[in-house]
Design a protein. Structure first.
Ligand SMILES: Cc1cc2nc3c(=O)[nH]c(=O)nc-3n(C[C@H](O)[C@H](O)[C@H](O)COP(=O)(O)OP(=O)(O)OC[C@H]3O[C@@H](n4cnc5c(N)ncnc54)[C@H](O)[C@@H]3O)c2cc1C
Length: 243
């Protein structure tokens, strides 16, 4: 399978990056081993937009749902090898699936074993990937986002960094892009400006339709407690881990 963008790791950073690349029209595949560290949280109380906090599994589901609505595809799997190819990258999963992509965003927290040797790893007790100020690694077309890029261990920081890395990728790909904005009808065009790429103008009827649909979705998702169980720390059941 080939996509414009492969995102390795579908936690907070990866799904946020995927939302932006997919909304920009880039065919985006997320391969994720489905073990975001946020699942271990007991109650998220510092993610903007949820004044009384939110169930962490619910938050992850909502972020994943947003990425899917943006058009990205998500597959469960563990990437065990990522290599540079003549025309981009090829990733191989533990079950032998191969995914090709023009560009890759790595968002796997502290998992680095699958990355090409040319990627610089910084050891700070745990491994992180060395990046420039916009998430670019030493390999052109390969980016790192979120905790993997050494960002502070907070969900909103990872989400923001995922978005920034995605926008960086779009800029590097020379995609026609200004900002990913939805603006009121006439916001640009009534001032004699062309609608900038990445932007959309919607009229009042369409705004109301979208608001109604959004309210319906949120009421439904929060109608009942999230069904997921609170996971125990893996060291109590599995391999040791400091977090
Ligand atoms: C107990 C606990 C409570 C926390 N509470 C809060 C809180 O209240 N507020 C807050 O802001 N932050 C909290 N955090 C921190 C927050 O969860 C992280 O900072 C955030 O999830 C990091 O996002 P990320 O996308 O970088 O990594 P993750 O969300 O961990 O995502 C990484 C993803 O990569 C996948 N992956 C790894 N290797 C591979 C591979 N080889 N192939 C494919 N997929 C792979 C994983 O399965 C995972 O889905 C908490 C953390 C813990 C441990």
């Amino acid at each position: 399978m080939r996509s414009d963008v492969l995102i390795v790791g579908g936690g907070v950073a990866g799904l946020s990056a995927a939302t932006f690349t997919a909304r920009a029209g880039f065919e985006t595949l997320v391969v994720d081993s489905d073990d975001s560290i946020l699942r271990r949280n007991a109650h998220v109380e510092n993610y903007p937009g949820f004044p009384a906090g939110v169930n962490a599994r619910q938050l992850l589901d909502l972020i994943a749902e947003g990425a899917a609505r943006a058009g990205c595809e998500r597959r469960v799997g563990e990437v065990v090898r990522l290599e540079r190819a003549a025309d981009g990258f090829v990733a191989e999963t533990a079950t032998g699936d191969r995914h090709r992509a023009d560009r890759v965003v790595a968002a796997t927290k502290n998992a680095v074993d699958y990355l090409p040797d040319a990627v610089e790893i910084v050891d700070r007790g745990k491994p992180f990937v060395a990046v420039d100020g916009r998430g670019r690694t030493a390999i052109e077309g390969l980016y790192a986002a979120g905790r993997l890029a050494g960002k502070p261990h907070q969900a909103i920081v990872s989400a923001g960094h995922g978005a920034e890395v995605a926008v960086t990728l779009l800029e590097d790909a020379d995609a026609p892009f200004y900002h990913d904005w939805v603006a009121p009808a006439g916001y640009f065009t009534d001032r004699g400006r062309d609608l900038p790429p990445g932007c959309e103008e919607i009229d009042d009827d369409e705004r109301r339709r979208r608001e109604d649909a959004a309210r319906e979705v949120m009421c439904d998702r929060f109608a009942d407690p999230h069904p997921s169980a609170q996971p125990t720390h893996p060291s109590l059941t599995d391999a040791p881990s400091e977090e």
